[in-house]
Design a protein around this ligand. Structure first.
Ligand SMILES: [Zn+2]
Length: 176
């Protein structure tokens, strides 16, 4: 499964990341709140200055917290997709199959986004034929009888048979 995941994929926040997020959020609130401490004069200059401070505060919160949050949801999606790729008995998987496996529509757009953002590798989109080519398919013994997978929801380790529907023994989430 790691065959399809890049180093960028990481489940769970690191402590440093959480501290950074909290620090940025706090700093953003302090900057934004500074607007309300100054005397409100309604000339253009001070209104612009206040708007500037307000947007800097919002920007600070946004830049400091959204990145790690997005990375988490992208990592979870990348894991689910990689599990599907790994479980595929053939070196290709159709958009329909993938759509059924992970649920939801627009799998093509999701997969393209995952590739562009550097979360998935060793796959290529074959849009005209509505499928994804698994370019690293033959690099490993893909058809091993059993495989240990980490649950994308609770992180529990499960031994499953690739290609067979199974659910997490700890939290009951669908694994494939
Ligand atoms: Zn689980």
């Amino acid at each position: 499964m790691e065959l399809y995941l890049t180093e960028k994929v990481r489940l769970g926040y690191r402590t440093g990341e959480l501290i950074r997020m909290a620090a940025f959020a706090l700093l953003g609130v302090i900057i934004a709140a500074s607007v309300f401490e100054v005397d409100l004069e309604f000339d253009l200059g001070s209104v612009l200055a206040e708007l500037f401070m307000l947007s800097m505060g919002v920007l600070c919160i946004w830049k400091g917290t959204l990145g790690p949050v997005r990375r988490q949801s992208a990592s979870r999606l990348a894991h689910r997709l990689a599990e599907c790729f790994f479980a595929s008995p053939e070196p290709e998987i159709s958009f329909d199959q993938l759509s059924r496996a992970i649920g939801g529509k627009n799998v093509e757009r999701k997969v393209r986004h995952m590739i562009q953002k550097g979360y998935l590798e060793n796959i290529s989109l074959d849009t005209p034929n509505k499928r994804i080519m698994l370019t690293a398919f033959n690099k490993v013994a893909q058809k091993e009888q059993y495989e240990t997978v980490t649950c994308p929801h609770c992180g529990g380790e499960n031994v499953i048979r690739p290609g067979w529907a199974s659910s997490c023994q700890y939290c009951g989430s669908k694994l494939i």
